[in-house]
Design a protein around this ligand. Structure first.
Ligand SMILES: Nc1ncnc2c1ncn2[C@@H]1O[C@H](COP(=O)(O)OP(=O)(O)OP(=O)(O)O)[C@@H](O)[C@H]1O
Ligand SMILES: [Mg+2]
Length: 221
């Protein structure tokens, strides 16, 4: 059992398909791979993270991440206990920033990560999420927020997109996930890219960098 209460990291976005579940699962896999204990709470009624992790049990229970489905109310009620159980608690949320479970996640989180696909339309919708997080930060001194570019293609971080990223008040994480088959593949096997072996080297490197950037945001590195 960890000696201090776990840091809580929420992955939030307004847009469906921005990569919340992918980022939450890979981040949890990255913590696990670096030797930390991690617990993933799935607050999305679609239960994607829960089902994702469930499929691995057929293959190898050692690889299985601890994923628990719960409502926002249950999270608020039990967060202190969850924080005693692991080093990090990662929260996957529904694709709406007004959903009670998303608001509950922001109420208990130390860090909110907003995955943003670097296309102009996606980035504009991210501004709405940012407004909510900035507003929540005024109420919770514990909460920090950051943007994580996801599904980045070679050409995607072109100058116009970089210019859009500068529109944000929240910091852009010093990490990104590129568009890679390894992320989709690991969803199929119900684990993270660390279980895909050496074929997923590039993705594993990205996730390790994500873990380091998150620790930096949490003031732990
Ligand atoms: N970096 C990436 N590279 C390749 N595929 C990705 C990447 N990020 C996400 N995807 C794929 O995009 C799809 C949507 O991702 P995901 O389910 O993580 O989004 P989400 O924000 O959780 O969606 P929802 O809002 O519906 O819960 C999935 O098929 C996933 O495998
Ligand atoms: Mg999801």
């Amino acid at each position: 059992m960890p000696s201090t209460a776990a840091r809580v990291i929420a992955v939030v976005s307004q847009k469906g398909g921005a990569g919340k579940t992918t980022v939450a699962m890979q981040l949890a896999g990255g913590f696990h791979a670096s030797g930390s204990s991690v617990l993933l709470a799935d607050l999305d009624p679609q239960e994607s993270a829960f089902r994702w992790a469930e499929s691995v049990s057929l293959l190898d229970s050692d690889l299985q991440l601890d994923v628990r489905k719960m409502s926002g109310l249950e999270l608020i009620k039990h967060v202190a206990e969850l924080q005693q159980e692991a080093d990090y608690v990662v929260l996957d949320t529904p694709p709406s920033i007004y959903h009670p479970s998303t608001l509950a996640a922001l109420a208990v989180a130390h860090l909110a990560i907003v995955p943003a696909v670097p296309s102009p339309t996606d980035l504009w919708s991210t501004l709405a999420v940012e407004r909510l997080i900035l507003n929540r930060m005024e109420h919770s001194h514990r909460l920090h927020g950051c943007i994580l570019p996801n599904r980045v293609q070679n050409t995607a971080l072109a100058s116009d997109v970089l210019e859009l990223l500068h529109e944000f008040t929240l910091p852009i994480l010093d990490a990104m996930l590129c568009q890679r088959n390894a992320y989709a593949q690991s969803a199929v096997i119900g684990a993270s890219v660390f279980q895909l072996g050496s074929g997923a080297d590039a993705a594993q490197k990205e996730v390790r960098k994500l873990v380091r950037a998150v620790l930096q945001q949490l003031g732990e590195q």
